[in-house]
Design a protein around this ligand. Structure first.
Ligand code: FA5
Length: 336
């Protein structure tokens, strides 16, 4: 029995030494060391060994088992190392090489404001609409209750392409377009986009700027609903604490009309207000022209100045910064 054990040991060590993979090694483990392996079968024969020889044979058997187990563990380590070295060699990674720099773009601060406001209104059940930047006189003025000779047209002089075609001066023409499209059904939309005016450029005025129009038309839309929506918007943008002012105003397409001002402090700590939004209850004439009976339907509308919101939110000193494409300025808005 002793020689049989020695024989198994020699064979097992030889086979383990030759194993080429972890799979080979596992097969050998089953062959020699498992419950039904060769070593266990021999050990079962220990019962029939004469009593005086048992300690000796038992000792040899344990030594053989120990030697096989050690060889097995050693080989396993070698094979694992070999797998790792092979992986590293095939990866061919030189950690001394300088990495490739990717130039990450940033979302323009004005678009960040637009996305933020869109998120708010989508959550309130509004749909997002688009309208053309080259607009007809009909939608830009007439359907907004400003006839050809209406004095309020002077407040929004435009860049004209023909007598009837112009760069829209506000996003309000989308109101008229949405009403005609909805054909008398309730409306709840916002529309962000570019607008153009023959305004003189200064710190808060630009000849091209962005607005977000809002329009709600339904039965029983009250001034209270309108005011609550405006407050929700301003609180969302500037927090509960920021002081705001609702100022009575005039627009030919709303009655009554308001303007929303938000407080700011200049470099010297002097308090002022910046107008961010014009709004009001939709004028009955605008409802009629859009195909809604003003006796049954009412609504409110607003036009937010996107640059003005961004100026206040980020403390920007001049509106021109948004249009100069200076990367040193734009990169400051990464992930705001
Ligand atoms: C209008 O344009 C109206 N269409 C808004 C409106 C919509 C009223 C729906 C009622 C119902 P106003 O001219 O005030 O209104 O402009 C709205 C906002 O656009 C202003 O509060 C301001 O934030 C911004 N804005 C106006 N002109 C300029 C400009 N030249 N540069 C930058 N922002 C401007």
């Amino acid at each position: 029995m002793q020689s049989k054990l020695e024989e198994i040991k020699i064979k097992a060590l030889e086979n383990i030494g030759k194993a080429k993979s972890l799979e080979d090694l596992d097969e050998l483990r089953i062959k020699y060391l498992s419950k039904k392996g060769e070593l266990s079968l021999i050990m079962q024969g220990l019962r029939d060994v004469p009593l005086d020889l048992k300690p000796l044979i038992g000792k040899v058997a344990n030594e053989v088992k120990g030697a096989i187990e050690n060889a097995f563990l050693l080989k396993k380590e070698q094979l694992n190392d070999a797998v790792l070295f092979e992986m590293l060699a095939s990866d061919n990674l030189d950690i001394n090489l300088p990495g490739i720099k990717f130039n990450h773009g940033t979302i323009h601060p004005l678009n960040q404001v637009v996305e933020d406001i869109e998120d708010l209104f989508l959550g309130l059940g509004y749909q997002i609409k688009e309208g053309p930047e080259v607009e007809s006189d009909l939608y830009n003025f007439e359907m907004m209750n400003m006839d050809k000779d209406h004095p309020a047209r002077a407040m929004q002089d435009s860049f004209y392409i023909t007598n009837d075609l112009l760069l829209r001066t506000h996003t309000s023409p989308v109101q008229a377009r949405s009403m005609l499209e909805a054909k008398g059904k309730p409306i709840k939309i916002i529309c962000p986009g570019k607008t153009y005016r023959r305004d003189s450029d200064d710190a808060t005025h630009s000849h091209q700027f962005m607005q977000i129009e809002g329009l709600v038309v339904d039965k029983n839309i009250t001034f209270a609903v309108f005011k609550n929506t405006l407050l929700q918007l301003i609180r969302h943008l500037f927090g509960e604490e920021r002081e705001i002012r609702l100022r009575p105003s005039y627009f030919p397409f709303t009655e009554p009309s308001v303007e929303v001002d938000v407080v700011y402090y200049n470099k010297d700590g002097k308090k002022g207000y910046i107008e961010v939004c014009g709004a009001g209850m939709v004028h009955p004439n605008v409802l009629s022209m859009g195909g809604y009976d003003p006796k049954k339907f009412s609504g409110f509308a607003f036009g937010i100045g996107v640059e003005r919101i961004a100026i206040l939110k980020y403390g920007i000193e001049n509106i021109r910064n948004f249009y100069l494409n200076d990367l040193r300025f734009l990169k400051q808005f990464r992930g705001k």
